[in-house]
Design a protein around this ligand. Structure first.
Ligand code: FAD
Length: 390
């Protein structure tokens, strides 16, 4: 750095959505309207984690809306990250059931594309892009969540591959997914470097020695699990990236996980329903509260799109992504609180029932928003470090 010239600690530029993105938005909206009208889905809150539909994911794959940015030779559609952003935000705003393919499209596929071998790309990416192959994330463990470097799952070298032993927890959709990417220890850490000796392996969830047990939510729903690996043989060609590169890979992956529009749109489906219920006579107080939410939403959207553009340009915006998630998840938690304040208590009939269902989905899911993908405290630590105050 030149003496006296500061490099900005956080970079968030305003990206331009081009004409192709605008056209795409209209296509996605048309598709969503038709799918809703045909009864193919019922909008819900937190649909990217709780709205699971194999048919819907397959249809999105058929339309070219999964694996959008990957090369055609891997089943992708060579679109930009901003075009992918447009599809994601339209589906999320509509509360569409995208959970089946979400993690594979957002995270595991891009990881394989960036760090996998050509054989891995050819093997995994086309089926992800078709919306028929699902992944889950094996990071957290019973005693290791925020402090990921302390994971105790081990993979030890054996002839032809690795022998995997350990337990992962809170593994979303492991009961539906075909594969799980597992952060594990392949060597003891070097003195003074806890991040060394970690690797990522792709594990077939149907392999011998893998057990998936449900963990039920307070609502009775089941989307996450405990997954145990007992002497699971992981073939050599399922190591993702280099041996020992697990920490670098997992931190880059978290930028993809933290910055997307799902980090502020999980409860958005409530807002149009609220507006329908309030009708044209909104009232000053409700108008002010809703206006404040929409202003915040516009800012978050710009920030998130800006991170998408940075990822597209090959950068690793770790701190920017942390900031989007910190602010975005607080926003999506705030939505049901504001809605409760301004909603009319006397709504009845079908509109009233839909509104009550969406509100209850939002309230019950909200506590998890600031935990999953990294807690608020951890994110603030990352932002503080980028700003040089930690
Ligand atoms: C809905 C949901 C889905 C999830 N899906 C997955 C999944 O698919 N795969 C997966 O691997 N994991 C998943 N998780 C787990 C999630 O990533 C962890 O819950 C999260 O990383 C926090 O870890 P922990 O629960 O062990 O909490 P802990 O790390 O024990 O933290 C407990 C509290 O202590 C605070 N804390 C911890 N360390 C520090 C520190 N250094 N400084 C300040 N405060 C600190 C935290 O902020 C938090 O408030 C999911 C979680 C949820 C809620």
């Amino acid at each position: 750095m030149t003496a006296g010239v500061e490099t900005p600690a956080l970079l968030l530029a305003v990206p331009e959505f081009g004409a192709a993105a605008q056209e795409l938005r209209q296509d996605v909206r048309r598709f969503i309207d038709e799918a809703r009208a045909a009864g193919d889905f019922v909008p819900r809150c937190d649909a990217w984690l709780a709205g699971f539909s194999a048919d819907f994911s397959r249809e999105l794959g058929r339309r070219g809306w999964i694996g959008m940015t990957w090369p055609a030779r891997y089943g992708g559609h060579e679109r930009t990250a901003l075009e992918r952003f447009v599809v994601a935000e339209e589906l999320l705003a509509a509360g569409a059931p995208v959970a089946a393919h979400w993690i594979a499209d957002r995270q595991s596929g891009p990881q394989i594309y960036r760090h996998g071998t050509d054989a891995q790309r050819e093997r995994f990416l086309p089926d992800i892009a078709r919306g028929v192959s699902y992944f889950s994330l094996g990071m957290s463990e019973p005693d290791s969540g925020s402090d990921l470097a302390s994971v105790r799952t081990t993979a030890r070298r054996v002839s032809g591959g690795w022998r995997l032993n350990g337990t992962k927890v809170w593994t979303s959709h492991a009961h539906h997914a075909h594969y799980v990417t597992v952060l594990c220890r392949t060597a003891d850490s070097e003195p003074g470097n806890r991040h060394s000796g970690l690797s990522i392996v792709i594990v077939d969830l149907a392999a011998q020695g893998v057990t998936v047990r449900p963990i039920q939510l307070i609502t009775g729903e089941h989307h996450f699990n405990e997954v145990t690996f007992q002497d699971v043989l992981v073939p050599d060609d399922m190591l993702l990236g280099e041996e020992g590169a697990g920490w670098r890979l997992v931190t880059a992956e978290l930028s993809l996980e933290r910055s997307g529009p799902e980090r502020f749109l999980s409860t958005f489906a409530l807002l149009p329903e609220l507006m329908r219920m309030l009708g044209p006579e909104v009232g000053d107080r409700a108008a002010a509260e809703i206006g404040r939410l929409i202003a915040e939403l516009c800012t978050l959207r710009q920030m998130s799109a800006s991170v998408a553009a940075m990822i597209d340009a090959g950068q690793d915006p770790v701190a920017e992504a942390a900031l989007v998630k910190d602010l975005g998840t607080r926003f999506e938690q705030q939505v049901p609180e504001v809605v409760r304040l301004v909603a009319r208590a006397d709504a009845s009939g079908e509109a009233g029932a839909t509104f009550a269902r969406l509100l209850s989905e939002a309230v019950l899911a909200a506590p998890g928003f600031t935990l999953r993908g990294g807690t608020t405290e951890i994110l603030r630590g990352i932002t503080a470090r980028a700003l040089g105050v930690r």
